[in-house]
Ligand binder design. Sequence first.
Ligand code: ATP
Ligand code: MG
Length: 473
Amino acid sequence: MLARLVFAITDATLRTRLAELAEGPDTVVSELASEAWLQQIGRIDCDLVVVDTTALLIPAEDVIEALRQTASSPELLVVSSSVDAIGRAELLAAGCLAVISDELLDEPFREVLETLIQRRREAVQLQREADEATDTFGGFLSKSASMGKFLQIARKVSRSSSTALILGETGVGKEQLARAIHSQSPRASAPFIVLNCGAVPEALLETELFGHERGAFTGAVRSHRGHFELAHRGTIFLDEIGEMPVHLQVKLLRVIQERAIQRIGGEDTLLIDVRILAATNRDLAEEIREKRFRSDLYYRLSVVTLEIPPLRERKDDIKMLVDTYFQQFKTQMPTSAESISDAAMKTLCAYDWPGNIRELINVVERAVLLCDGEEIVPEDLPAVVSEATVPEAPAAVTRQFDDALQGLDDSWLQRPLAESRLAWNTAHERAYLQGLLQETQGRISETAKRSGIDPRSLYAKMKLHGLRKEEFR
Ligand SMILES: Nc1ncnc2c1ncn2[C@@H]1O[C@H](COP(=O)(O)OP(=O)(O)OP(=O)(O)O)[C@@H](O)[C@H]1O
Ligand SMILES: [Mg+2]
């Protein structure tokens, strides 16, 4: 388990001593200028910020509050030469992880590091257990019974360093799954680096992948680290891999085989320890047939293939996702919406979601924004969703009902309700049995089972309605 440290230390001697103490296989250290570290810290994933008192530019409570607002929410360690007992107590009360003196540095600093690594291990383990209990997987939510097996495989994949290929329609959660796999893997504390092969101009893609040395080509005024280097010890996510030009596919294949890269224009071979995840919504088999994708690369990438089913094939996830994102948007924007009406939820659950979860999130956000009352109602949903509700009954069934209802004479409105209802019910019963017998091809035991009527009563009813099983064979 890696501990990621950031130093913001004004005193150069102290900085060197701390760097020596922190060195080890379990730590990575970055440094920030002590006058500007607070502005930059939000962009760095880290677990511990180590500052000296000069770098504490604002009161410790405010520094800690600012750190809590960042994505990785790191702890704060203050190293000081001048803090007295009261000052130390104040810093600890403000929420610092520890305050240590620069004169007695070694042992306390190592202890802090050990505590930190231990805490990170426990947090990852707790998160894993919570995930397993709730059927979520590192932020990839699913409660659908049909996804149980899928999540089980994803969990296994996350524990290894195998290359995996993630497939699925647009908006279905390919990147979400890749992040989840990384966050649940032993590499969780190292970087997760995304490269969208479809979004980078072809001419720049090679540089983005492997980096370049200064002077490698016109305009290369500085050397540049590629995404593989940035992802060292972590995971690289090659999104839209189907868009990668063939000449780079050859180079990528070599990197996968040799686990080493060379920057463009560079001589040195850099060994890299990177887990590769790739994704596409293209049909790679078709791309291979069309010679746009190399089959040898495909086999290397698809050591494990995870195909995420579209939302319409796991409709029991819709309600949970709608509720989750509704709660999220409700706290993010001013709205009168307190809940979602049953009718609106029914409409949302009936829709087919061609744009999958991304579309669902947009629809929920829009509804939260448009809602005037306390409840989200079907009118708050876009027309494509609300007009595509309850699927129509198949034509054959509708016809049967029409036929059956024609048996009713027009006087039903003139009769008392009980009598009228009886006439309707009789017509309905006949149409129901006729339809079911057609489906079961006149098999009595199956018709009885599906309708919940015992076979003897079924025969009696069929006789009453003039239905004969032979007609349905
Ligand atoms: N299982 C999930 N639980 C919660 N949120 C999800 C889940 N899957 C996807 N999302 C959310 O849905 C949105 C789309 O997901 P993502 O970007 O991962 O899809 P994608 O398959 O990569 O789409 P594209 O093919 O368009 O790149 C994101 O906002 C993501 O956070
Ligand atoms: Mg994506």
